[in-house]
Design a protein around this ligand. Structure first.
Ligand code: NAD
Ligand code: UDP
Length: 331
């Protein structure tokens, strides 16, 4: 298939481009590089040993998107292009609603116009809010505590309504848990701007010596050791989940959790990193981070049964690959 990957130069998008190319698909990436670099596209081509087409465009711009659809016979779209920082979304809600929702609108309307029948969307476990773990796709969504989460819930709703009204439009809504790690080559990975918000890049930067010590946000949660529990998933497993979702896409709207189904606490992740790399991770316990929930992990049985997909890489591989990228290639 020929797949348009919106946000293809970003963290999850670039890894998915490699997985698509390796699976034999042709890839057209579109990205405005607001949170990524053009050289990532070259690295993806190098890893896969294949070329791809790249458009530096903003996918909220209808005319630019139209040009891409007019130039290529597109079979499916994977939509990664969006802003993703939860805290920033509270400070700049209009930017988040505009970028994340208008991009979904423009891309899905182009699909209607050009008869493109497959759409895979990057959603997030955040749409479950404070439901009981493990999160199952059939749960009612609870309000999220930030505009970012709302943009995901609204985009899911838009695509669901569009699929119901247009039987040829097949939609897969993928709810990611916590993507970490990097491609095994170490060539591409996650390069957050400034001080990282997320745990794994914070740990790698502490070990690299860029940051002093990790602050663990709270050890008084009702969890195994008091620290927050998340479902970390290797970004290449996540990338391969997109290929499976595309390959199995049938009529209607399909929602899948992409996680491992395993909860890991902050302290457990720190210990796993120390074991994987053979270094000590200095840390201190500080107060809880506002908006954090105690536990978040997936029920992954639906993706296993319907997509034949399961996450294969363990927490040690996630730490090792995150570190290889940080140590070798990131700025
Ligand atoms: P990322 O920022 O690395 O990638 C997003 C890419 O989209 C970037 O390359 C950026 O330049 C591009 N982009 C943003 N707005 C654009 C626009 N209007 N036009 C063209 N390009 C645009 O983020 P990521 O971690 O790869 O996340 C990809 C998607 O997955 C996002 O939608 C995000 O909300 C979602 N998601 C991410 C996580 C996570 O923890 N990383 C978890 C759940 C869901
Ligand atoms: N966390 C932490 N210190 C940090 C960053 C994160 O203790 O510097 C904790 C956070 O409280 C949560 C877990 O690590 O329990 C995962 O946080 P992250 O921001 O990576 O993901 P999310 O909160 O989006 O699930």
């Amino acid at each position: 298939m020929q797949i348009l990957v919106a946000g293809g130069a970003g963290y999850i998008g670039s890894h998915t481009c490699t997985a698509l190319l390796e699976a034999g698909h042709r890839v057209i990436a579109a990205d405005n590089l607001c949170n990524s670099k053009a050289e990532t596209i070259i690295k993806v081509e190098h890893i896969a040993g294949k070329d791809m087409v790249f458009y530096e465009i903003d996918v909220t711009d209808t005319a630019s998107v139209d040009t891409v659809f007019a130039n290529h016979e597109i079979d499916g779209v994977i939509h990664f292009a969006g802003f993703k920082a939860v805290g920033e979304s509270v400070e700049k809600p209009l930017d988040y609603y505009y970028n994340n929702i208008v991009s979904t609108m423009v891309l899905s309307r182009a699909c209607m116009k050009y008869g493109v029948g497959k759409f895979v969307f990057s959603s997030s476990a955040t749409v479950y809010g404070e439901n009981q773990v493990p999160f199952v796709e059939t749960m009612d969504l609870l309000p999220t505590t930030n505009p970012y989460g709302e943009t995901k819930a609204v985009s899911e709703r838009i695509l669901t309504d569009a699929a119901r009204a247009n039987p040829g439009f097949k939609v897969s809504l993928l709810r990611y848990f916590n993507p970490v790690g990097a491609h095994e080559s170490g060539l591409i990975g996650e390069s957050p701007n400034g001080i990282p918000n997320n745990l794994m890049p914070f740990i790698t930067q502490v070990v690299k010596g860029k940051l002093d010590r990790l602050q663990i946000f709270g050890n008084d949660y009702p969890t195994i050791d008091g620290t927050g529990v998340r479902d970390y998933i290797h970004v290449m497993d996540l990338a391969e989940g997109h290929v499976s979702a595309l390959d199995h896409l049938t009529e209607g709207v399909h929602i899948y959790n992409l996680g491992t189904g395993q909860g890991t606490s902050v302290l457990q992740l720190v210990r796993a990193f120390e074991e994987a790399i053979g270094v000590e991770v200095p840390f201190e316990i500080v107060t809880r981070r506002p908006g954090d929930i105690a536990e978040c992990y997936a029920d992954v049985s639906k993706a296993q049964e319907e997509l034949g997909w399961t996450a294969r890489r363990d927490i040690i591989a996630m730490c090792r690959d995150a570190w290889r990228f940080e140590n070798s290639y990131s700025d």
